[in-house]
Design a protein around this ligand. Structure first.
Ligand code: SF4
Length: 254
């Protein structure tokens, strides 16, 4: 579950040291549920998208309160945890517990649209196919293979010459436009990061990781008029708090 939260938006090689640190520092959901917010935010520094660690802690608290500190096995119980969507719930079910459910991410969505259909498909069709294929004894292995084919060969720019599915691939046979970009289960390219509010939020948090800062200092250092509204948003979301005449990372759980 920890790795799935970290791997949303972040590649494996960057996640590995964080994953090991988190499991070493907080070996159980109950340990993590009790950690201070500024402590976990500092541990997450550098991974990006810090909402993920907030949700991971909320999920840990729900596990501690509702499930006796054990990650639940059932898909509905997993889906009811904060920050756990269909992909994450299915990945935990399949890889941690051997559940016979299809794990559909954007990589697998591309493989299905290209290799199985050769035309654009809806998210519902992709999930149905994933679940049908996963109804075998080796569902966790199959899910992993599909994720790997999508991440290694059937990328946005596909490497068809090396792909193990090339002789059976529907798009290879049919030709025509690439069906992946217009398939509902495949994500679109992200908006530009440089100059975005997301980048500014990261810079504000990076400064507050070093210690409390006044708003005037942050505006001066960051040279960005959007800083005050970013501070208000980060406070509302529980990342930071006012301390005397400065801002600092939040120390109390909400
Ligand atoms: S042959 Fe090409 S398009 Fe077909 S599944 Fe492999 S990488 Fe994707």
């Amino acid at each position: 579950m920890v790795s799935e939260f970290m791997l949303q938006q972040t590649p494996v090689h960057r996640v590995l040291p964080y994953y090991e640190f988190f499991l070493r520092t907080w070996p159980t959901p109950t340990d993590f549920a009790a950690a201070a917010p500024d402590e976990i935010l500092r541990a997450w520094k550098g991974l990006g998208y810090p909402r993920r660690v907030q949700y991971l802690q909320r999920a840990a608290r729900a596990i501690a309160q509702r499930h006796g500190g054990e990650v639940p096995r059932g898909l509905d119980d997993l889906l009811a945890l904060p920050g756990v969507g269909p992909y994450t719930a299915r990945a935990i079910s399949s890889f941690a517990f051997g559940g016979r459910v299809g794990v559909l991410d954007t990589n697998v969505g591309r493989v299905f649209a290209r290799a199985l259909f050769g035309e654009p498909i809806s998210a519902a069709v992709a999930q149905r196919v994933a679940d049908q294929l996963a109804g075998t004894a080796q569902s966790a292995v199959l899910n992993q293979v599909l994720l790997d084919v999508g991440a290694t060969f059937c990328r946005s720019t596909p490497r068809c010459d090396d792909c193990p599915l090339s002789s059976a691939c529907a798009w290879q046979r049919r030709g025509g436009d690439d069906p992946a970009p217009t398939s509902a289960a495949v994500s679109r390219p992200q908006a530009r990061f440089v100059g975005s509010v997301r980048e500014l939020r990261g810079k504000v948090l990076a400064h507050l990781h070093e210690g409390p800062r006044s708003e005037a200092t942050l505006v001066r250092v960051l040279k960005d008029d959007r800083t005050p509204e970013v501070l208000v948003a980060l406070e509302r979301e529980g990342f930071i708090e006012r301390h005397q005449r400065s801002w600092r990372l939040a120390t109390n759980q909400r």
